[in-house]
Unconditional design. Structure first.
Length: 280
């Protein structure tokens, strides 16, 4: 170890010449600065890539536990329904039943027809304009469906059924309460089977599927999805059908028809009599 040793006191450059110490110091300073910058960049890249690896995983976790719609639905629920249906949908004694397992179909029916949120405790939840937008109803449905499951909404054309079969099924299953042309009628204890005139296809379907209040549930074993579509086709067709005889007059029946003729006819006669009397 006699000749040029790079670690010796007198450093030499590649050509063996001794190097200028000041230049070396400057260079090593530069090298240190470069190392610092490189270190900083490396840590930035590392945090960046760590973030990009971890963040989507977190987002994915969120969607599996609660979607945005469910979260929004939970908020609506906590604002408008929790007092009667409980913190975890388990129901509240003397206020409201459990919603576990009722499914999005029941939520759709109850909220879309304006029955829920109930304002007062009554014999029967009144049918009134809904206070929620369609999007909010979807969110409430998502929340209830995700926390208990139950009957879901049907899809496709809900009138895609046999008209004659629908009429037969309607007379067998619905007419006893809702009357032959779906006008509705009074039931015992202040309850009422409402008119089906203003109901939508989806309300009809979900009413059959969930059986609100005194109405029986027509599950898919009692009325298959095809049979439900036939019933809907029948109800919605009858609503717009020409009347079988005489004037419609809201389809309140032949007695009322006679009454209308009586009142209008007598009215006209009286008018004529008074008119002639005033001329004389
Ligand atoms: C003031 C109390 C009250 C409030 C508030 C209320 N409910 Fe109800 N809810 C009831 C009662 C009582 C019933 C059962 C009687 C009935 O069906 O008319 C019921 C029934 C229901 C049903 C039918 C359950 C079944 O068995 O199919 C659904 C679904 C429902 N409520 C959803 C809601 C939603 C969603 C809200 C909030 C937007 C809400 N309710 C707010 C009292 C309430
Ligand atoms: C035992 C009597 C009974 C039978 C049978 C019955 N319903 Fe009902 N139905 C009711 C009652 C009571 C209500 C009101 C429930 C409420 O207000 O919560 C109702 C409500 C409805 C509604 C909601 C109407 C609205 O106000 O928007 C529809 C739709 C409906 N029924 C359709 C049917 C169809 C279709 C059938 C036959 C497959 C049927 N129902 C059979 C008693 C009955």
């Amino acid at each position: 170890m006699s000749t040029t040793n790079p670690q010796s006191d007198a450093p030499t450059d590649a050509t063996g010449r001794p190097v200028d110490r000041a230049r070396v110091r400057r260079r090593s300073k530069q090298r240190r600065r470069i190392a610092n910058v490189a270190g900083l960049m490396a840590s930035l890249v590392l945090t960046g890539s760590l973030y990009s690896v971890l963040a989507p995983a977190q987002a994915a976790d969120d969607t599996t536990s609660e979607s945005a719609a469910e979260a929004a639905g939970r908020e609506l629920y906590e604002r408008s329904c929790i007092t009667c249906h409980g913190e975890n949908l388990e129901g509240e004694v003397n206020r409201g039943p459990s919603l576990i397992g009722v499914g999005e179909a029941s939520v759709y029916f109850q909220v879309h027809t304006g029955r829920m949120p109930l304002v007062r405790q009554e014999a029967q939840a009144p049918d009134k304009p809904t206070i929620f937008s369609d999007e909010e109803i979807d969110q409430l449905m998502a929340y209830v469906q995700a926390n208990g499951g139950g009957p879901t909404l049907p899809s496709g054309n809900l009138r895609d059924g046999d008209l004659a079969e629908g009429g037969e099924l309607f007379r067998l299953n619905c007419a006893s309460c809702h009357n032959f042309v779906g006008e509705g009628g009074a039931l015992s204890s202040g309850k009422l089977a409402p008119s089906l005139k203003d109901t939508t296809d989806l309300e009809l379907y979900t009413a059959m599927l969930t059986g609100p209040e005194n109405m029986p549930v027509f599950g898919d074993n009692q009325l298959t999805p095809e049979e439900k579509r036939s019933v809907i086709n029948y109800i919605q067709t009858v609503k717009f059908q020409a009347d079988p005889g005489g004037a419609g007059i809201g389809r309140i029946g032949p007695v009322a028809e006679g009454l209308v003729i009586w009142v209008v006819g007598i009215g006209a006669l009286m008018f004529g009599i008074f008119w002639m009397g005033s001329k004389a």
